[in-house]
Design a protein around this ligand. Structure first.
Ligand code: UFG
Length: 326
């Protein structure tokens, strides 16, 4: 059993990872300032309310518990916003990661799992994308995540840090037991916005671009269930504790679905019609992103269990109805 500090543990992927850590016998300690996290997503009372902008908050968290490893989720994560406001992404994401690494160094904690993204690859030259693919982000969000990966490599060389960076494709779905699920404010992600359109909370789902070089003209993404992402963190922790790190792993299924395919499946799962309208492309959206996740299968023994499209949409729909009291 390990005590694990989870920054952003009240966020979407962070909270599901806390659940998975608990179920594997570990003790997650949430570090969150609730700027974008939600109290309703807390799954433990081990909580430090603090801000990564204040190094003393992080040191307090690391010294109040016998922390063996850190999982770092807390960051700004909207691709579109990062286009409009790069300062926020460079300033906060980078400075907060640096504060965290320095506090870890001072408190003698040297193991970290980092929440990275397929946005580090930019527009892929080959799909599915292997980890060796060149990184060339096309937005400030992707740049900030890639810079943090470099920080981790430099801290590994200079200070014997051990890290595993997990590059997620499209996180989706909700806890299969509907205890927690996806929450963002504002909500920009495709699946919850489809449900918002079904529930009449927005007039229609806007499809961002229908002229992409894909079979039906809409963007293709690799949707990976959040419970599978959470399980990958538990496997990464096991590897980090047993043999150290320095690794990058893609987390996706390798199978892609277009926006139109998501809409069709959502209509089947909910039995409701989705009102749609067509809009222009969204800045920073590559046409297709698919993962080659062979390394995670090989080194983490990670096999997605919940990531078929029906299970993703069914679990997400159950949570959406519960969360919105529908
Ligand atoms: N989309 C729409 N209409 C919407 C919302 C989304 O058509 O109202 C489309 C997007 O253009 C995209 C797809 O649906 O093609 C998925 O969009 P999401 O916003 O759900 O997810 P993203 O692919 O933009 O973002 C995800 C993660 C990011 C990560 C990024 C990598 O949320 O953290 O993948 O590109 F960086």
């Amino acid at each position: 059993m390990a005590v694990v500090l989870v920054t952003g543990g009240a966020g979407y992927i962070g909270s599901h990872t806390c659940l998975a850590l608990q179920e594997a016998g570990h003790r997650p300690v949430v570090f969150d300032n609730f700027s974008t996290g939600f109290r309703k997503l807390l799954v433990t009372e081990d909580l430090v309310e603090g801000d990564l902008g204040r190094p003393e908050d992080i040191r307090k968290a690391l010294s109040s518990f016998p922390v063996e490893a850190v999982v770092h989720f807390a960051s700004h994560c909207y691709v579109g916003e990062s286009y409009q406001n790069p300062y926020k992404y460079y300033h906060d994401n980078l400075l907060h990661a640096l504060n965290l690494l320095e506090a870890m160094k001072k408190e003698g904690v040297n193991k970290i799992i980092f929440s990275s993204t397929c946005a580090t690859y930019g527009i892929p030259r080959e799909v599915p994308i292997p980890e060796e693919h060149p990184t060339d982000p096309i937005n400030a969000y992707g740049h900030s995540k890639r810079c943090i990966e470099w920080m981790l490599e430099d801290y590994r060389r200079a200070h014997a840090f051990e890290f595993i960076a997990l590059r997620y494709f499209n996180a989706s779905g909700a806890d299969p037991r509907t205890r927690i699920g996806e929450c963002h404010d504002p909500e920009t992600h495709l699946i919850p916005r489809i449900f918002m359109a079904i529930a009449g909370m927005i007039p229609a789902l806007e499809i961002f671009g229908e002229d992409y070089p894909t079979p039906d003209g809409t963007c293709i993404r690799d949707y990976i269930h959040v419970a599978d992402l959470a399980a990958a963190h538990v496997a990464a922790l096991r590897r980090l504790l047993a043999q150290g790190g320095g690794d990058f792993f893609n987390l996706g299924t390798g199978e892609g679905f277009s926006v139109r395919q998501l809409l069709e499946e959502a209509e089947r799962v909910t039995g409701r019609k989705v009102p749609v309208r067509f809009g222009p492309r969204r800045l920073g959206d590559p046409p297709a992103l698919l993962a080659k996740s062979h390394a995670a299968l090989r080194d983490l023994a990670w096999v997605p269990q919940h990531s078929s499209l029906p299970v993703i949409l069914e679990t997400a729909w159950r949570w959406f109805q519960k969360d919105n009291r529908l």
